[in-house]
Design a protein around this ligand. Structure first.
Ligand SMILES: O=C(O)CCC(=O)C(=O)O
Length: 284
């Protein structure tokens, strides 16, 4: 039986209340770490229980449903499923992607009180060695892949299950966000990726130490920090869920793009606000 619109709204409200009590605000120390390094680890952004609920649904998406090449892809580096929360109304993804706590955290990371838009969410699962896409994510910046005129875009990368570095937890050239945009590289290109083009970076900005994460922990990274992830060399999948946000004062440059474009109702030179991208924090 299909849910009526009212029933769906009531169901979303209940989950929103649960998430309001579950997700936590960023601390001052975490903000400072992010400003200094371009990334930060936040322990227990969400509870292990909420992460477990999401993991159960992620397993259905990745293991039981075929990749359909529209929102789900088997690539070299992972098996992904796009926009479960943004577009598919699937709880608790729907309410987490719209959580005012996540929105305010993003605004504080962006360092200005502008509206925050959610342009994508995604499961990105590196499979166990020998059992699907497990390859490393080459070093890259995200910013050069977006046709937006200013910085601020960032990603929350949430562990849905405890994971060791060897499963493919992300790493960062700490502080490299201060260099600005360094060029567009394909993240599946090769191990060193962008680093081969800017070798001085490694001398100036150290690679973050190998991290392990507990279910519900996350890393947050700026679109300007150089980052990547090792391949999964273990026999367990890397169950990660990503939410990417952009600053609502950023204008679409008009360059062709699969997310920010005229189909989303955007106009070149105007703020990239569209009904397609939920606004998860209001400007002040
Ligand atoms: O999950 C990964 O391996 C990399 C993710 C990434 O590059 C990103 O979120 O920008």
């Amino acid at each position: 039986m299909t849910m009526t619109m009212d029933a769906a709204k009531t169901a979303h409200k209940a989950v929103q209340k649960k998430i309001a009590e579950d997700a936590r605000p960023v601390t001052e120390a975490e903000l400072q770490h992010y400003y200094d390094n371009g990334w930060v680890k936040m322990e227990r952004l969400i509870s292990p229980e909420l992460a477990a609920e999401m993991l159960a649904l992620a397993k259905v998406e990745i293991i039981e449903k075929p990749a359909d090449n529209v929102r789900s892809h088997v690539r070299d580096v992972w098996h992904d499923v796009y926009n479960l929360g943004r577009d598919d109304d699937i709880e608790p993804f729907y309410s987490l992607t719209r959580s005012p706590i996540i929105g305010r955290n993003a605004q504080l990371f962006m360092r200005r009180d502008v509206p925050v838009g959610l342009h994508a969410d995604m499961l990105a699962v590196k499979m166990p060695k020998g059992d699907g896409p497990e390859n490393l994510t080459g070093f890259h910046q995200d910013f050069p892949n977006f046709p937006l005129d200013r910085a601020g875009l960032l990603t929350f990368w949430v562990a849905l299950e405890d994971m060791e570095y060897e499963q493919g937890v992300m790493h960062f050239q700490s502080g490299s966000h201060k260099e600005g945009p360094l060029g567009r590289r394909n993240l599946m290109e090769d191990a060193r990726g962008l680093l081969d083009h800017v070798p001085y970076i490694e001398k100036l900005y150290p690679l973050s130490p190998p991290m392990s994460l507990k279910a519900g922990d996350c890393t947050v990274h700026s679109s300007l920090v150089i980052h990547g992830a090792p391949s999964n060399t273990t026999n367990k999948p890397r169950w990660s869920y990503l939410m990417s946000c952009y600053p609502g004062d950023a204008c679409w440059t008009g360059a062709p793009h699969h997310i920010f474009n005229a189909d989303a109702g955007l106009t070149p030179g105007q703020p990239a606000i569209s009904p397609r991208f939920p606004i998860i924090a209001q400007g002040k």
